[in-house]
Design a protein. Structure first.
Length: 316
């Protein structure tokens, strides 16, 4: 009963459920909010309360008042870049208005700190240098990226006007167990499922596009660390932003080869036309987070072994 209280939005999702688990293991009382549009009840760890709710709902305020949360860890989002291009109004309703609904509840009920999940890829755009530091220019080219950067600006405003502490976590490409192999966001899960079924892999373009793949367990540890890390109370937007990645570039073709090596089977790799607007190169400089004591403890090989094993029901 005396545990510190954290609300994890999107807590039934892939990343959010691992974050819930990490908080629980650290002794927090954890409440997960999820509308279950993409999240799954079975993802929620034991000991975590699940509240089925849309973050845009008027009921959000009552939940904050009843629970008295110390920390808001905000993962719930519309995360499909292509959907944001097709329907930017819907994207903004979830990613901007949903955030504001939460921030108003947090402000009224005395939440100490907000952890906001931003994005390293879509916020920086085609970045230079690589690995990209937090103070690099911001060049979002999708409504989703614009909404994430807008969220950081709103948080900056709430800190200045209302004294609400926050940190922005700019994720690289997160992978791991519970990632949905039928979705379009997680190439590791998609490739794993197709390799397990003996189906060909589709690679868009030449496959030399690079991404920074970071294991979900390491991402969850970063959230727990940043819930208590001393943060500057003023300064620039980037001063309270933290890249969560490895700094290592891996091509799509290298990823496919590593997963086939793990599976012990080969499948055909087919090339399709490149997708408009897709980043060519992306990797994040995690130096600021490392200086706070965080490490990416899972190598790509170890992380892929655990992920493939979990996704296809094998022992990793």
């Amino acid at each position: 009963m005396g545990s510190r209280r954290v609300l994890v939005t999107g807590g039934a999702g892939f990343i959010g459920s691992h974050v819930c688990e990490a908080y629980r293991e650290a002794g927090w009382a954890v409440t997960a909010v999820d509308d279950l549009s993409t999240g799954r009840r079975e993802n929620v760890p034991d000991g975590v309360e699940l509240v089925e709710m849309d973050i845009r709902s008027d009921a959000v305020g009552a939940l904050f008042e009843e629970r008295g949360f110390e920390v808001l860890d905000h993962h719930a989002a519309q995360v499909d870049v292509r959907k944001s291009v097709a329907n930017p109004v819907f994207d903004a309703s979830v990613n901007v208005l949903g955030l504001l609904n939460l921030l108003e509840a947090a402000r009224r009920t005395g939440v100490r700190r907000v952890l906001f999940i931003s994005s390293g890829g879509v916020v920086y755009g085609e970045a230079d240098p690589i690995p990209t530091p937090e103070d690099a220019p911001k060049r979002p080219i999708s409504p989703y990226g614009v909404a994430k950067l807008t969220g950081e600006h709103y948080l900056y405003c709430y800190r200045a006007v209302h004294g609400l502490e926050y940190a922005a976590l700019r994720y690289a490409n997160v992978y791991g167990p519970r990632q949905d192999p039928t979705g379009e966001a997680g190439v590791v899960a998609i490739f794993s499922g197709r390799i397990a079924r003996g189906e060909p892999l589709t690679v868009f373009g030449d496959g030399r596009q690079t991404r920074d793949y970071v294991y979900v367990g390491d991402v969850a540890a970063a959230n727990v660390l940043l819930a208590d890390l001393d943060l500057p109370g003023s300064g620039e937007l980037d001063d309270v932003a933290f890249n969560v990645g490895t700094g290592v570039q891996t091509t799509v073709l290298e990823l496919a080869e590593a997963l086939m090596d793990r599976a012990g089977r080969r499948v055909e790799v087919r090339h399709a036309p490149e997708r408009p607007g897709e980043l060519e190169r992306s990797a994040l400089d995690p130096g600021r987070l490392r200086s706070a004591g965080w490490r990416s403890r899972h190598s790509l090989q170890d992380g892929l072994a655990a992920t493939y094993g979990a996704l296809v029901g094998e022992a990793a």
